[in-house]
Write a protein that binds this ligand. Sequence first.
Ligand SMILES: *Cc1c(COP(=O)(O)O)cnc(C)c1O
Length: 230
Amino acid sequence: MTIQKNLSDVTERIRLAATECHRSPQDITLLAVSKTKPCEAIMEAIEAGQRQFGENYVQEGVEKIQYFSERNDLVWHFIGPLQSNKSRLVAEHFDWFHTLDRAKIAQRLNEQRPQDKAPLNVLIQINISDENSKSGITLEEVNELAAQVAQLPNLVLRGLMTIPAPETDYERQCAAFRQMEFAFEQLKASYSTVDTLSMGMTDDMRAAIHCGSTLVRIGTAIFGARQYHN
Ligand SMILES: *Cc1c(COP(=O)(O)O)cnc(C)c1O
């Protein structure tokens, strides 16, 4: 299976899921999650027309952004957990930040965003189902953090992101995603910049799209299984 074939299969899955719930496939962005994969794999995806890429690790992501720095048509999303001492690299190199969960990080990113770059697009991460995960805030805490982000001139609040606890059952996947959809609609009503609901991965993208996701983050179905070796 080539990456090109995988990308067209995933695009078809997005189209089908959108059609099933009477949404336009154009309203759903495909983010190719390239963490742990080499630049050659990203190149293959670029040649197949893919432009938006997601990375989880700061150093690895920055190296890839620099490798492709000649191109100005790529959009880079940071989707991993961020320690505050690494925020500068995200502020200086990425276009999107999906995992905001505290005001301190927002303030640092705002201060560190270079003035010659467009404001950093920010999503607030919600811990919707996984009580053991430390990443993300509760839905009750969204309004306060959103109001803080909206004050910062070098950030743009674009919406919400979540990584639910792994769940194979479609209805259970939807149960978490529907709560996200409701919170997203409320946030959208308060902030005109909000237009992005980042949810859905290889194993739950169909449910996510049925529940209003506007951006799916797909790794395995595009690049194959990941191998971690340290
Ligand atoms: C790795 C990762 C993905 C991609 O997951 P797949 O199951 O491989 O599609 C999506 N989102 C985040 C935050 C990830 O860390």
